[in-house]
Design a protein around this ligand. Structure first.
Ligand code: NOJ
Length: 554
């Protein structure tokens, strides 16, 4: 539990020598954020798992890449049943990642370089190892300790059936039975109540209708805000409020979709009451100086409903996952952009563009893998970095990393076990970053990395790519630098331009962005090339799977 009196209690914003302007308003509207998956980013102590010292040591790399802010996925105390999204102590650093002092040192070192630091919070659930849940297990049904979670009696003559038919996102039922003050692996053998876990059984859902829960999250947020963090990424921001009465789901939908229920058909997400909680988060953030912000992870397909998360008194940003879901197809990409922009315009919030993260197959692989996948990924980066709004780059995007086909023995994502080895889970996009050298683990870990790295990544290391001016890393550095300089990319102006069905083109003030998603090269209007994802043809045409930013000639 977070005890603010035991925390630093220093009302820090940014250190006096920090180049960050503490009062610069709305910095988050068009920032380039860089998502760090701490276990996979950089390993400071050579044990094969990334850590906070590793992050600090690589801050110059991030400064040179040109990012404005980082988002750190969870580094809190955790048994790691879900890669740290099972938080046992939200106010302490897991020894795997270091200490609170390591965090503070990393934070001030980032601020010194002008990089803001945002961190994950996970309000939907705690780890089963959190003291609250341990207390709840030991307490009687109906007790105050159980009221912090969602415990219910089972159905059937002896309570042997789960309280409703909800599946867990990771496979299997979303309910787990308890007996004798512990979680039981064999509910049919008897026991007492069941508790809800929309994700893994090790992640009991919190009861946000109980005022103790928002009060505890206020303590958690203040603990980190007092230390000086610039904001939060809110995990499953659409999930905290549950449908009243926890009704069964429609059998036909369930039978057809199983655990992989499409988000818009799943009644557990996006309940209206969830917005009260976001308003509460916003009040906490606004009570601090320096424009502290929050971005929501809300998988809400309906644009109008997604926009509700970023109304003036709620979150600042919400990821627009439409770009993640779009195939490499001009119509789909255009629609994804159009719908996101239209939705956000309605509430006056910027759109937030993502291509990859730790939960989805990396876009190099989604777009076909190999040279084609990489070419398309580079072209997509020129879209992402030129659209109006904020950008989230996932660590490794800048190296053009693909997903890795891992051997069965290496898989750690709970989905693998819970799906009965039918869904390989998300480890393929979480393989550590290759830094240097010619053999795995490429400067990450002394001998091996927590997920094995493929030998062919020798060509993709930061060291190798830093020496090659045509590398994806050099390309990202250039694109981010140009984005920073070009004033028209920092205004809301956006206008579609028609260059044929297979071409995505739009104007951002004086800059014309053109992406060729077709199979033949396309002629470009006159203009100076600011940056191109691939060399143009000898006749100055844009090849397939490539994009360009053009400035007026002169
Ligand atoms: C979303 C996170 O991004 C994902 O990694 C995690 O498994 C779930 N939320 C549950 O916390």
């Amino acid at each position: 539990m977070c005890r603010p009196e035991a925390s630093y209690n220093r009302k820090v914003t940014q250190s006096a020598s920090s180049p960050i302007d503490a009062d610069s308003s709305t910095w988050w509207r068009d920032s380039v954020f860089y998502q760090i998956y701490p276990r996979s980013f950089a390993d400071g102590n050579g044990d094969g798992a990334g850590d906070l010292v590793g992050v600090r040591q690589r801050l110059d790399y991030l400064r040179d890449l040109g990012v404005d802010a980082i988002w750190l996925s969870p580094f809190y105390r955790s048994p790691m049943a879900d890669g740290g999204y099972d938080v046992a102590d939200p106010c302490d650093v897991d020894p795997m990642f270091g200490t609170l002092t390591d965090f503070d040192e990393m934070l001030s070192a980032a601020h010194l370089r002008g990089i803001r630091v945002t961190i994950d919070i996970v309000p939907n659930h705690f780890s089963e190892q959190h003291p609250w849940f341990q207390e709840a297990l030991a307490a009687a049904p109906g007790s105050a300790a159980r009221e912090r979670f969602i415990f219910r009696d089972g159905r059937g003559a002896h309570g042997e059936l789960p309280p409703n038919n909800w599946p867990s996102v990771f496979g299997g039922p979303a309910w787990h039975r308890v007996a004798d003050g512990a979680r039981t692996e064999t509910p049919e053998a008897g026991g007492e109540q069941w508790y809800l876990h929309i994700f893994a059984p090790e992640q009991p859902d919190l009861n946000w209708a109980n005022p103790e829960v928002p009060a505890e999250f206020e303590r958690i947020m203040r603990f980190w805000l007092d230390r000086g963090v610039d904001g939060f990424r809110i995990d499953v921001a659409h999930s905290m409020a549950k449908p009243r009465g926890l009704p069964d789901m429609d059998q036909t939908i369930l039978a057809a979709a199983g655990a992989g229920l499409p988000h818009h058909l799943d009644p557990r997400w996006d309940q209206d009451d969830v917005h009260d909680h976001h308003r509460g988060f916003r009040r906490i953030l606004d009570s601090y100086p320096g424009e502290r912000m929050a971005v929501g992870e809300a998988w809400v397909a309906d644009d109008e409903r997604l926009a509700r998360y970023v109304r003036g008194d709620e979150l600042h940003l919400t990821f627009n996952f439409k770009l993640v879901e779009a195939e490499w197809d001009a119509t789909e990409l255009r629609e994804a952009i159009d719908m996101s922009l239209t939705a956000m315009r309605g509430v006056g919030s910027p759109a937030t563009w993502v291509l990859s993260n730790h939960d989805v197959v990396r876009h190099v692989t989604r777009y076909g893998g190999g040279q084609i996948g990489l070419a398309r990924a580079r072209a997509a980066a020129l879209l992402q970095l030129s659209l109006p709004g904020a950008v989230y780059i996932y660590n490794g995007d800048e190296l053009g990393l693909p997903n890795v086909e891992l051997p069965d023995w290496a898989l750690q994502d709970p989905t693998w076990e819970r799906s009965g080895h039918t869904d390989r889970g998300r480890d393929g996009e979480r393989v550590p970053l290759p830094w240097s050298g010619s053999r795995p683990p490429f400067g990450f870990g002394a001998e091996s990395s927590w997920l094995p790295m493929p030998p062919e990544w020798a060509a993709l290391t930061v060291e190798a790519q830093s020496k090659d001016r045509h590398s994806t890393l050099a390309f990202y550095r250039e694109a981010i630098a140009r984005r920073r300089e070009l004033r028209s990319l920092h205004t809301p102006t956006f206008e579609w331009s028609d260059h044929g069905p297979d071409v995505i083109a739009y104007r951002r003030g004086s800059i014309l962005v053109v992406l060729n998603a077709g199979t033949t090269q396309v002629a470009l209007p006159a203009g100076d090339i600011v940056i191109a994802s691939e060399p143009l043809s000898a006749e100055g045409q844009l090849p397939p799977n490539a994009a360009v930013w053009l400035a007026p000639k002169g």
